[in-house]
Design a protein around this ligand. Structure first.
Ligand SMILES: O=C(CO)COP(=O)(O)O
Length: 259
């Protein structure tokens, strides 16, 4: 019951879909548009947002955004990772346990899984994720896994295949939600929906293309059964008024009744 209640604070009951605003980027250092994440969150407050993905320090300071009925769900960025300068070695550690996430009232934990890494690093990350999933089961808190590649792969087919493998691994480990990078083609997205019987959210990526490109990307994804998006930079790297208009357009697409 605990897990389904928490999931219901992220996914709307009528559509099963969600619009997530991620503001967790600052854990990797300063980033344009998110110099003051608490101010950004307050400025962009709108019922169009179903959940916010964030770090605990920001959540503490922005507590009022999450008070009251109809407030967005809260998803905790629960790990940290870093590369050494030459990208030769990656460290990946847990920052908050499921018990702490539950005690702080979060609805979900998020962890990344870098797939294009040396076997030893990949295995360590998989073990970490598996242990979090096992512990999270006890506390009935959902775990979102974000399968990623650490650098682009030139051949688009190969990139789609590697991302498919990464999503497959996260699914097999027991993730409750996948937060996936767009594979570059709709057929692969369609296959993911068919293969992985858990909600799939698409992440945004760096600010690029036109607003219409973005809107079309979201529309195509929702049409094939993707359950929502977590788009950050393409939202909060715009002036607040424009950002809120774009959020409203995303919400309309994501929650449009479909057969
Ligand atoms: O979910 C995300 C980060 O946690 C995606 O953010 P971007 O849209 O900025 O890539």
């Amino acid at each position: 019951m605990g897990k389904s209640l928490r999931l219901s604070r992220i996914f709307r009951r009528d559509t099963g879909n969600t619009l997530i605003l991620p503001v967790d980027h600052g854990i990797g250092g300063s980033i344009e548009g998110l110099e003051n994440p608490v101010k950004t969150l307050k400025e962009l407050q709108t019922p169009d947002i179903d959940a916010i993905l964030l770090n605990d320090g920001v959540a503490r300071q922005a507590e009022e955004v999450f008070h009251g009925k109809g407030a967005p769900g809260r998803m905790l960025n629960s790990d940290v990772f870093s590369y050494e300068v030459k990208n030769e070695r990656m460290e990946h550690h847990l920052t908050f346990s499921p018990e702490i996430a539950v005690r702080k009232g979060y609805d979900c934990m998020k962890l990344v899984l870098f797939w294009d890494r040396p076997a030893e690093e990949r295995m360590r990350s998989m073990k970490l994720i598996a242990s979090v999933i096992e512990e999270a089961e006890k506390w009935e808190i959902p775990v979102l896994v974000e399968p990623l590649i650490s650098k682009p792969i030139e051949d688009p087919k190969e990139q789609a295949k590697v991302l498919t493998d990464a999503n497959r691994a996260a699914f097999e480990l027991g993730a409750d939600i996948l937060k996936a990078a767009h594979p570059g083609d709709t057929k692969t997205l369609e296959n993911w929906v068919k293969y992985f019987d858990i909600p799939i959210i698409l992440l945004g990526g760096s600010k690029s293309g036109t607003t219409e490109d973005l809107v079309n990307m979201v529309d195509d994804a929702i049409n094939v059964g993707i359950n929502g998006v977590a788009i950050g930079r393409n939202i909060w790297q715009r002036p607040p008024k424009e950002a809120k208009e774009l959020l409203a357009r995303f919400a309309e697409i994501i929650h449009k009744p479909r057969n």
